[in-house]
Design a protein around this ligand. Sequence first.
Ligand SMILES: Cc1cc2nc3c(=O)[nH]c(=O)nc-3n(C[C@H](O)[C@H](O)[C@H](O)COP(=O)(O)OP(=O)(O)OC[C@H]3O[C@@H](n4cnc5c(N)ncnc54)[C@H](O)[C@@H]3O)c2cc1C
Length: 369
Amino acid sequence: MAKETLKRDVVIIGSGPAGLTAAIYAARANLHPLLVDAPHDAEKQTAPGGQLMITTDVENYPGFSQGIQGPELMDEFRQQAERFGTEFLETWIDEVDLSERPFKLYTGEQTIQTETLIIATGASAMWLGIPGEAKIPEGFGGNGVSACATCDGPLPHFRNRSLVVVGGGDTAMEEATFLTRYAAKVYVVHRRDKLRASKIMQEKAFLNEKIEFVWNTEVTEIVGTPDEGVTGVRLRHVQTGEERILPCAGVFVAIGHKPNTDLFKGQLEMDEVGYLKTSGHSTATNVPGVFACGDVQDSVYRQAVSAAGTGCMAAIDSERFLDHLPVALPTGEEITIEGERVTPDHKAIITPDGHMIPNFSEDMMSQEE
Ligand SMILES: Cc1cc2nc3c(=O)[nH]c(=O)nc-3n(C[C@H](O)[C@H](O)[C@H](O)COP(=O)(O)OP(=O)(O)OC[C@H]3O[C@@H](n4cnc5c(N)ncnc54)[C@H](O)[C@@H]3O)c2cc1C
């Protein structure tokens, strides 16, 4: 049977804070966005609603003075996007063709053609895959197990308690150092006898009296009770095989993040880890008309509010592009939907057929200023 073809001006992939914020802005701008959402049976962090669906208290999202539960917050985002007419399609995008506009997105049942694409597919924290790590009720995820110290470290449950950080890279050192602001003690459990972290991060951690390193050791299980949450971790020495329980009230898994960008390999510019490269002045990727927002293009901040902020930018960039206005590319050039380029110094315009003409409008604007 032939696949159904949908044609749109704005398609958003991903329903985390970035994608839903982009949807709110695009819908209010009458762009009738189609948001492609993961299927409901998707697992863990790739579920509709994104990463906040696997956490409990969110205390740092502005506007909720008493905090809010992650899934509740995402439900509010979704209702707001629905209220302005966002259309939702629950399916995986399996393949994309960004070689020309309209871009083509392929799902099991549809081909979607779109003039602009907003990528908000997020990133996934990497997990250990050990017993006790799964989300409650199967494990202690959201009840003492976390992958984000900035998000969960300040929660009352972790204050003045002993905590475990798993990992040996920069993220692990950053998380451990951050947690010492609240915790009584932080154990860093690492599989090797030396760290992968940068020298400066290592030194900072070594000098911190609250941090103790547990070398050549892996965490094989997270233990606890439904009422108390995490009460300890089972450790195994990688050389001797010796096992013991280390009591603690929380476990922060800091073994890295993986941006959800496999779909775009070979089509969009990425850094060495796979984060999409965007312009410093916009959310534009190297392909004109494709914008990226949220964790998928942010290896530094990775917060719901920063994801929502760039989601807003992506919708406005998309709107500008569809309105024939220039949008800044990562190269510093600006480009319009017709393919007219403004050079990075703004002194010339290169027409789609390759002619260079002086950018008089810029000169006139600077004279007016
Ligand atoms: C345990 C935990 C606790 C956290 N707590 C906080 C907190 O308290 N405060 C805070 O500010 N931040 C917190 N964060 C970080 C925050 O969740 C992220 O920064 C934020 O969710 C990023 O939003 P996003 O929209 O970029 O991506 P995500 O939330 O990752 O959403 C990505 C979406 O894309 C979809 N998707 C991916 N690939 C496809 C595809 N091929 N087809 C269709 N859909 C696809 C996924 O289903 C998902 O819906 C926490 C993170 C974790 C893991």
